[in-house]
Write a protein that binds this ligand. Structure first.
Ligand code: HEC
Ligand code: HEC
Length: 480
């Protein structure tokens, strides 16, 4: 058997050799002509592809400038404020139960989010652990919304924070859930935002019952923002190292005048410095480097700014209009509304019925690294996100948590209700079912070009080696 197959192989090889010889001899005469012809052809081809790519670049550049897209800004920060902010961001001392830091849900190891659809706040079974390794404490809920990435939030273009825009500085008017309790030193949405995770019972502060375990923040009334911030400052300033760091970061403020707003200003300085990146292929292209984007990414960009009209919402330098839209994303998780278990989005802030189910358009830098996506992490692939935009009705009614939802323990918390689907679809803001196949692939190539190079390596320095309280959130679980 073996011999025979070797024989066949040899026979075939002999035929192939003869065939090549015959061909070469037969065509030897006009080989000169052929070479000249081929050369001409390849020159014509590369000329026309250069022409095509010049056309593509000039169309794209025109669209980018028509839409006021500029490379993103990364404002520079005071280095002592950055150091203080870094310590605070990674220190679990900011949470009532001393088990949760900002970094728990916005860790550099998980691209400033937590790589979860819905995350786990305070009273965890596994302090120190992040992402899938963090286990909910008994009787505790998931956090109701997806932890967004926080890249480039220090850009001067921002005037809103949160999925529902409940903190904002639009047209110089400061709005926040704390009303007139908000200290006047805060000027940017990023600084204002940093005041609130410490007040949220799910995220950092803890439930009333935690007061019995030495959590002095838990006993304070929910509406007493000032009381919560003051109590936290008492904690922080009891620590000698923090006293020194605050003094270095705010040399003009007497210790007695320090408030949690100074902590928030420092945290915002750190976030701006650590997570501001302006050299994604897209930013370099916008800055004038025509070779920075691949051909597919350019074609995807043409769709984004052209026929797919993503730019009608993902507009400007930040790739968001900072407005709210209803995309009829499947509802899941504990929800924000305690009665219905639903998340009404912007409606929860304004009470206006035309704001029902609307969420703020997300900014898209590094988006390929920050899934699961949408305000509740309902989708775990960018293709699904785009297909949902293209046909919300089809995507909503055929949503399959077994396949599309990343966390198995959330699958039972998906709300399936025809009446709800119809209600959400009534006000839906998208419908472009021409988006499929190759167009989806090109849009994904464009979205990937928004990722800064060596992202993970560049985030390595961000985790400090220690924090003043000793409660560093480095992502490594504590051993009991
Ligand atoms: C338990 C998880 C968790 C913790 C801890 C946490 N966050 Fe968040 N963060 C979230 C979620 C969820 C949202 C979105 C909430 C919403 O929009 O309603 C959010 C929103 C934000 C935003 C707004 C981003 C945007 O696009 O508007 C920033 C900035 C941010 N967090 C920074 C922080 C800082 C600073 C801390 C610590 C003081 C912190 N977070 C603690 C989960 C967390
Ligand atoms: C009508 C406004 C609108 C248009 C047009 C639009 N988007 Fe969106 N996009 C949104 C909103 C709003 C969300 C968040 C929805 C939610 O979570 O409920 C979103 C979410 C996303 C996300 C997920 C981001 C994240 O961090 O979770 C991506 C990616 C995205 N859009 C890409 C696109 C692309 C590509 C197009 C064009 C095909 C497009 N969008 C068109 C408003 C829009």
């Amino acid at each position: 058997m073996r011999c025979r197959s070797i024989f066949f192989v040899e026979l075939i090889a002999a035929f192939v050799v003869c065939f090549i010889l015959v061909c070469e001899i037969g065509f030897a005469g006009d080989s000169e002509n052929r070479r000249a012809y081929r050369q001409g052809q390849s020159e014509r081809q590369s000329q026309s592809s250069r022409q095509n790519s010049n056309d593509l670049d000039s169309r794209l550049s025109r669209m980018l400038s028509e839409n006021n897209v500029t490379p993103i800004d990364t404002p520079s920060q005071d280095s002592n404020q950055v150091l203080l902010g870094q310590a605070l961001f990674f220190d679990r001392i900011l949470s009532g139960n001393r088990d949760t830091a900002c970094a728990t849900c916005h860790h550099s190891l998980t691209a400033t989010s937590d790589a979860l659809a819905l995350g786990v706040g305070t009273e965890t079974e596994t302090p120190g652990a992040i992402s899938v390794f963090r286990v909910r404490g008994e009787g505790r809920h998931f956090v109701p919304r997806n932890a967004p990435d926080i890249f480039n939030r220090g850009s001067e273009h921002w005037h809103t924070a949160f999925w529902d825009g409940r903190a904002s500085t639009t047209d110089g008017v400061i709005v926040s859930p704390a009303g007139d309790q908000l200290p006047s030193e805060l000027t940017t949405p990023l600084q204002i935002q940093a005041m609130f995770p410490v007040t949220s019972r799910d995220e950092m502060r803890g439930l009333m019952e935690d007061a019995a375990n030495g959590n002095e923040l838990a006993a304070i009334d929910d509406s007493d923002f000032t009381g919560i911030w003051d109590a936290l400052m008492v904690r922080l300033l009891a620590n000698e190292t923090y006293r020194e760091m605050f003094a270095a970061a705010f040399p003009d403020v007497a210790e007695g005048d320090l408030g949690f707003q100074h902590a928030a200003i420092a945290i915002a300085a750190f976030e701006t410095e650590a997570f501001g990146m302006n050299d994604s292929p897209f930013d370099r292209y916008v800055g004038g480097d025509a070779d920075a984007l691949s051909h597919d990414a350019k074609k995807g960009a043409l769709l984004f700014y052209g026929s797919a009209n993503c730019v009608s919402c993902h507009s400007g330098t930040l790739l968001t209009d900072q407005q709210h839209h209803n995309l009829a994303v499947p509802q899941l998780g504990p929800g924000k509304d305690p009665v219905s278990g639903l998340d009404f989005g912007r409606f929860g802030v304004t009470g206006a019925s035309n704001d029902l189910f609307k969420f703020r358009t997300p900014a898209l830098r590094n988006v390929a690294e920050t899934g699961p996506w949408m305000h509740n992490g309902a989708f775990s692939s960018l293709e699904d996100v785009i297909r949902h935009h293209a046909d919300p009705e089809q995507s909503l009614t055929s949503y399959d948590p077994e396949v599309q939802l990343f966390q198995p323990d959330l699958r039972d918390l998906v709300i399936r209700d025809e009446g709800l689907n119809e209600w959400m679809l009534e006000g839906v803001d998208m419908n472009d079912d021409s988006l499929e196949g190759n167009r989806v692939r090109l849009l994904v190539a464009f979205l990937e070009s928004l990722t800064a190079p060596d992202l993970q390596a560049r985030l390595d320095w961000v985790v400090p080696s220690s924090v003043p309280s000793g409660l560093l959130e480095d992502g490594i679980p504590e051993m009991n």
